[in-house]
Design a protein. Structure first.
Length: 150
């Protein structure tokens, strides 16, 4: 069952996970670079009939790739543990589930934006983002609101 956030709860959490998202984006980029180099080296080895020209470089790249992949998985898991959802690491998109007029929707933040200023329906995605306005704020709720606490 997802956790639901008010805008203010999501903003407070963003202060913490925003840095984690930036780290994940950086790790993904670095992993892609290392993986490309590893794949190119693997292809050269295969073209040479399986002879490894530089075995140490091969092992170093494999260890680095595996280490980066592990760190990226850990960072993603840390972010998801808070109840928010990474939608796109290429753009640094992060969503926070909320309830708006009785329907589950997502508060949407993109890396580089100072605050959470948009929301979209569950199936709308980034292209369907709408600006958060006073009407949205007045008619959305999080978990504490749903339990009658807020």
């Amino acid at each position: 069952m997802p956790r639901y956030f008010t805008l203010s709860e999501a903003e407070r959490l963003l202060a913490k996970v925003g840095g984690q998202v930036r780290q994940a984006v950086h790790l993904k980029t670095e992993l892609e670079t290392v993986n490309q180099e590893f794949e190119a080296l693997t292809q050269r080895v295969a073209m040479a009939g399986g002879m490894i020209v530089n075995q140490e470089r091969f092992l170093t790249l494999r260890r680095r790739r595996d280490g980066l992949a592990k760190r990226l998985r850990e960072r993603i898991e840390e972010i998801h543990e808070h109840g928010c959802q990474i939608k796109d690491l290429d753009r640094g998109l992060l969503d926070f589930p909320t309830i708006y007029r009785g329907e589950e929707v997502l508060l949407c933040w993109k890396m580089g934006e100072e605050t959470i200023g948009y929301w979209h329906g569950m199936n709308d995605g980034f292209a369907g983002r709408r600006k958060i306005d006073d009407e949205f704020i007045a008619n959305h709720r999080g978990e504490s609101d749903a339990a009658g606490e807020g």
